[in-house]
Design a binder for this molecule. Structure first.
Ligand code: GJV
Length: 412
């Protein structure tokens, strides 16, 4: 080991930023938290570097660190992001999603009386569908439709074609750079990404809320929940891992750990979880109140779960999805819900699957407890990693197993 605690072997230590929490094991490893500034004295080998954090010295895993000079000009990757929304492909996918689009239509329709004379902002309006619902199904004083991507060129024409030019005004701008004639009564947006937060468009929504929503104004959605369930995923496991056991009479099993790493170290978007693959009743792990949540709260969100297994099976992993809720403008009016879970009509988000490294047999009555932690990437602001911690207790055991944990980057 490099015991040179003065750092003299390298007169100019370099500063890195931690991308993740790290809990060192043993005396020679340094623990640190996401966002910490870490001085590297010696890049001893590729994976482990000799480092200093606030006067403490030890080895740190280099993969958890980011060099500020490697700082991308734009951690938001806005060019790529808005570029992808500039053509029809993604809008076709979102508009074809009936449960999604119909929920927003119902929200406008069921609040049409209360919307009379109100000022509405539709943030990230895309082709303008929600703004057009407002213009056609209600009588708001004005709708400010905000869209930063090139699709806005078409939105303008759609507004005219549908006779809404008197009420809908299009702002071809990034929401953060808006200049509006007035504050708004209602801020509506369809900002949800995979596992609720991916893309972090929600940050734009919260910035706009703080700048442009009137005191006491309404957010649609008004709240959002992330749900989780322990699940079986036989097909994924057999097609990606068991597959390598025996190929044409040959032993390929040494590739199983490689396959495990290659296919299951990241979450699987667009997983269609069958209700019968749920091993328990789902649990709401994280809830955001859209009227009060702060941007800084998004850096790290943690939710706990406690599941009782409802049938014998194999625990391959966990599946996550979100629901959003739309409060009524009328006191006591109905709250509408868009639920993207396995027990609701499928949406384009489907569910997200997190595969564990090894299947765990479970019996009815077993307990699976733990936590899920969403860590926003401090450099790549539209990305996050998700850590799942779990432990199991069989129905006739008194104590839980030791806690296991797996971190899933999404995507960085
Ligand atoms: N300012 C303006 N338009 C935006 C912004 C922003 N800050 N962020 C996203 N959009 N549910 N995950 C636009 C984007 O160009 C696209 O048309 C739409 O909002 C995304 C909506 C669906 N994405 C999601």
């Amino acid at each position: 080991m490099n015991g040179d605690e003065s750092g003299e072997s390298n007169p100019e230590p370099e500063e890195f930023i931690a991308l993740e929490d790290f809990t060192g094991s043993g005396a020679e490893q340094l623990s640190f938290a996401v966002g910490d500034r870490i001085l590297i004295h010696d890049q001893s080998c590729a994976d482990w570097w000799w480092a200093e954090v606030e006067g403490r010295y030890g080895y740190v895993p280099s993969g958890y660190l980011h060099h500020p000079d490697a700082e991308v000009e734009d951690g938001w990757q806005d060019e790529e992001y808005f570029g992808s929304y500039g053509t029809l492909k993604l809008h076709l996918e979102m508009l074809s999603d009936r449960p999604r689009t119909e929920t927003y239509r119902q929200v406008i329709l069921s609040n049409s009386t209360a919307l009379r004379g109100k000022v509405v902002m539709d943030l990230g309006c895309g082709t303008g569908i929600i703004s057009l619902f407002c213009g056609r199904l209600a009588e708001p004083a004005a709708v400010y439709a905000v869209e930063a991507s090139a699709v806005a060129e078409h939105t303008e024409r759609l507004v005219k074609l549908n006779g809404c030019e008197g009420v809908v005004t299009l702002f071809k701008s990034r929401a953060e750079e808006l200049n509006l004639p007035s504050k708004v009564d209602v801020l509506v947006s369809e900002w949800m990404g995979n596992c609720l937060l991916f893309e972090f468009m929600v940050e734009s929504v919260l910035c706009v809320r703080d700048r442009w929503l009137k005191e006491g104004g309404m957010m649609w959605p008004s709240s959002a929940t992330l749900s989780l369930v322990p699940c079986q995923a036989d097909d994924d496991y057999s097609q990606k891992v068991e597959f390598w056991e025996n190929l044409y009479g040959l032993d390929y099993s040494c590739l199983q750990p490689v396959a495990q790493e290659e296919f299951f170290s990241k979450p699987k978007f667009s997983h269609q979880l069958k209700p019968e693959d749920c091993l328990s009743t789902p649990c709401d792990v994280i809830t955001l109140d859209m009227h009060t949540v702060k941007v800084s709260d998004l850096e790290k969100l943690r939710g706990e779960f406690q599941f009782t297994v409802e049938r014998r099976g194999t625990l391959h992993g966990f599946s996550a999805w979100f629901s959003t809720f739309f409060q009524s403008l009328d006191e006591g009016g109905p709250t509408l819900e868009l639920n993207t879970g396995p027990h609701s009509e499928p949406t384009h988000w489907k569910q997200t699957l997190f595969m564990l490294d090894a299947p765990i047999p479970v019996e009815e009555g077993d307990c699976v407890g733990g936590a899920i932690i969403l860590h926003r990437n401090p450099v790549w602001r539209r990305h996050m990693s998700i850590t799942i911690e779990w432990r199991k207790k069989s129905r006739n055991e008194a104590a839980f197993s030791e806690v296991k944990s797996k971190r899933f980057p999404m995507w960085r």
